[in-house]
Ligand binder design. Structure first.
Ligand code: S3P
Length: 180
């Protein structure tokens, strides 16, 4: 049986909020890959990007994923929004788990990330018209990544739903997946 439940989706989709609630519902542990990366590196993600650049961040990220997929008890794992761009990580995740895409529109993502300041890929936005510039960046990256997100086993259109409804919908769909 596929052991783990992997949550994917763009930055600000709500993976780290939904993950613990889902783990509670399934009675299994929750892991957040970004937090594990920060623990491993002993620094924040913003500092990893600043000091060592994105390729170094991606190498820690893919190492952590290779370890997580081998845990032998069921876990809920929130992935960083860019984790699936590594083909090898995608294949391992696909092999060992059920992949769940938390889908959200660029406008709703913008509302959730605009003040966070902890996402290097969305920082350094032009001073003039920052709202439009950030939305353009979100749209561009989302368009690039959507084809891989859409390969998920389960897709949840989260924008019209409450957190509780999202968790219930995922719970029901995972159970259907496991029966079939
Ligand atoms: C990234 C998403 C972030 C984090 C890093 C890179 C991305 O995680 O892994 O800043 O490439 O989309 P969240 O999706 O949890 O914000």
């Amino acid at each position: 049986m596929k052991t783990h439940l992997f949550l994917t989706g763009f930055m600000g989709a709500g993976k780290s909020k939904i993950g613990p609630l889902l783990a509670d519902k399934f009675g299994c542990p929750f892991y957040d890959s970004d937090s594990l990366i920060e623990d491993e590196a002993g620094m924040t993600i913003s500092d990893i990007f600043k000091e060592y650049g994105e390729p170094y961040f991606r190498s820690i990220e893919s190492d952590i994923i290779s370890r997580l997929v081998h845990y032998d008890t069921c876990s809920v794992i929130a992935l960083g929004g860019g984790a699936l761009i590594n083909d090898d990580s995608f294949d391992q995740i696909n092999d060992k788990g059920i992949l769940i895409y938390i889908k959200s529109s660029p406008e709703e993502i913008y509302k959730r990330v605009k003040d966070s300041g902890k996402r290097p890929l969305l920082s350094g936005i032009a001073e003039r018209n920052p709202e439009e510039s950030m939305l353009i960046r979100i749209r561009t990256l989302l368009t690039e990544r959507a084809p891989v997100y859409e390969k998920a086993d389960i897709i949840i259109d989260r924008d019209p739903l409450t957190l509780e409804e999202i968790v219930t919908e995922i719970f029901n769909k995972v159970n259907e997946c496991r029966i079939n």
